[in-house]
Design a protein around this ligand. Structure first.
Ligand code: PLP
Length: 333
């Protein structure tokens, strides 16, 4: 596996730190918990989409694009990081934002990621929840091409085999860090949504024969659908890497028990996880992804599914800018 063979723009701050969470580990009384700080990837407050965009934006440049287009939820971290890359690389950027929560709060509709999309010079187009966003983006791209734009379309979350290479790179990076420090890792835990993060990690870990199981904590889809999405993309990513067949179906595991009422709607345990990380470790999570991922991590510790003597790494996928869109939910009552 030789990632340097794929075009890439080197804009992320890498390697991201790997840190031990002493106070959280002590509070939970179970495994030794470590955190991989992909909230510190650098582009416009960072997050997991930055690793994917290093490969996606290189492809856009190679194809001669002068505009990138993508889609996501109103408070999409992916849209914000795409807008920042486009600004840095001198490309126009349009993002289609879907209202998946129904929140009318001006903090939700205008603050957080939306504020930063606009600061980076992107144009945003709002769509009602449940719209066919793939069809909407195809139509929007055609309209721009009719005006003479050379549009590169990035799927939601940057989740295709090119974007997933960013998380193959993360698997390589993490493995080098733990090997250098003599740390045996029993499990890697990440929030999973559009699936590129978990798929890239699984493809990378399998290709490296690392023997480190990856647990995805769902943020939207039910278990069967989530695992199938991750598995399909992990297989395609392994093929792209030149090692088809290394991912087995049982390598893909998602626990979708922490989603609650739906995407972008935090539960009580999401808010508790955000407070625990903030108060015990000085680390900011987010209400849509990393807060739910951490709620899963905490519950797996408390219920004894992660045991004393084990070492667990939580991948912090970023998103803390979204906190400013959820002032109401986070205010202490
Ligand atoms: C997009 C996102 C995720 C989910 O990653 P996928 O690759 O879409 O599964 C997790 N955390 C944050 C903060 C995100 O923005």
């Amino acid at each position: 596996m030789h990632l340097a063979r794929f075009p890439r723009v080197f804009l992320a701050h890498l390697p991201t730190p790997l840190e031990r969470l002493d106070r959280l580990s002590a509070a939970l009384g179970g495994p030794e918990i470590w955190i991989k700080r992909d909230d510190c990837t650098g582009m416009s407050t960072g997050g997991n989409k930055t690793r994917k965009l290093e490969f996606l934006m290189a492809e856009a440049l190679a194809e001669g694009a002068d505009m990138v287009m993508t889609q996501g939820a109103t408070q999409s971290n992916h849209a914000r990081q795409t807008a920042a890359f486009a600004a840095k690389l001198g490309l126009a950027c349009q993002v289609l934002l879907e209202d998946r929560t129904g929140y009318q709060d001006p903090d939700y509709t205008q603050n957080g990621n939306v504020l930063l999309d606009h600061l980076h010079g992107a144009t945003t187009e709002l769509h009602p929840g449940g719209n066919d966003m793939v069809a909407a983006m195809t139509a929007a791209a055609e309209a721009e091409r009719a005006k003479g734009r050379r549009v590169y379309v990035i799927p939601g979350g940057g989740s295709n085999p090119t974007g997933a290479l960013g998380y193959v790179n993360c698997a390589l990076e993490l493995l080098a860090q733990v090997n250098d420090r003599g740390l045996v890792i029993d499990r890697l835990v990440t929030a999973t949504g559009s699936s590129g993060t978990q798929a890239g990690l699984v493809a990378g870990m399998c290709a490296l024969n690392a023997g480190i199981p990856v647990l995805g904590i769902g943020t939207r889809a039910p278990k069967e659908k989530q695992e199938q999405m991750v598995y399909d993309l992990a297989c395609k990513t392994a093929e792209k890497l030149g090692c088809p067949g290394v991912v087995r179906r049982e390598d893909v595991v998602a626990d979708t028990g922490y989603v609650g009422a739906g995407y972008g709607l935090p539960r009580e345990d999401t808010l508790e996880a955000i407070r625990m990380f903030a108060e015990l470790e000085g680390i900011l999570l987010d209400p849509v992804y990393s807060g739910k991922g951490a709620a899963g991590l905490i519950d797996w510790c408390r219920s004894g599914r992660f045991k004393q003597g084990e070492r667990v790494v939580f991948l912090h996928t970023g998103g803390s800018v979204g906190l400013f869109a959820y002032k109401g939910a986070l205010a202490r009552g």
